[in-house]
Design a protein around this ligand. Structure first.
Ligand SMILES: [Zn+2]
Length: 147
């Protein structure tokens, strides 16, 4: 994987890309929960504050688990392909149940009804992270609309 060298203004690199506060940690872009080990070399990172970093964790976990459940067309842990996600769902039966409670089976097909705010939170994080990393642009504001 080609690592992009940051040439951004130091005012951007010292600030949390999500809230503009003091950056005291780093965040992987894309989120590690969307990847399997071994991770790519030189995984992209952006600076952020610990509060923002932690605030995304449960939504990212939900997002990654939801994707795998949709791929498997099931919330049964035995049907989940990725070891990492299977482990999360085994250790968090409440998360698995939460996803399962938002499904409906019709004519043998499982329909998933995602929690839109959680999906939106993860997608905005990814957009802001990639924008900061690849374009050296900090977007602290949320978009006016979200499709
Ligand atoms: Zn922050």
């Amino acid at each position: 994987m080609l690592q992009i060298k940051p040439f951004s203004d130091s005012r951007l690199s010292d600030s949390c890309i999500y809230c503009g506060g003091l950056a005291d940690t780093k965040d992987h872009i894309p989120s590690k929960c969307l990847l399997d080990k071994p991770y790519p070399e030189n995984l992209s990172v952006v600076k952020c504050c610990n509060t923002c970093n932690q605030s995304f964790s449960s939504d990212e976990q939900y997002f990654a688990c939801l994707i795998e459940c949709i791929k498997a067309e099931s919330t049964n842990v035995k049907d989940i392909e990725r070891d990492f996600i299977r482990d999360i769902l085994e250790k968090s039966p409440s998360l698995r149940k939460r996803i399962e409670n938002n499904t409906k089976t019709t004519d043998g097909n499982v329909i998933f009804y995602p929690e839109e705010e959680r999906i939106k939170n993860v997608l905005l994080k990814l957009v802001k992270g990639h924008t900061a990393y690849e374009l050296s642009l900090s977007r602290l504001d949320d978009p006016q609309f979200f499709c």
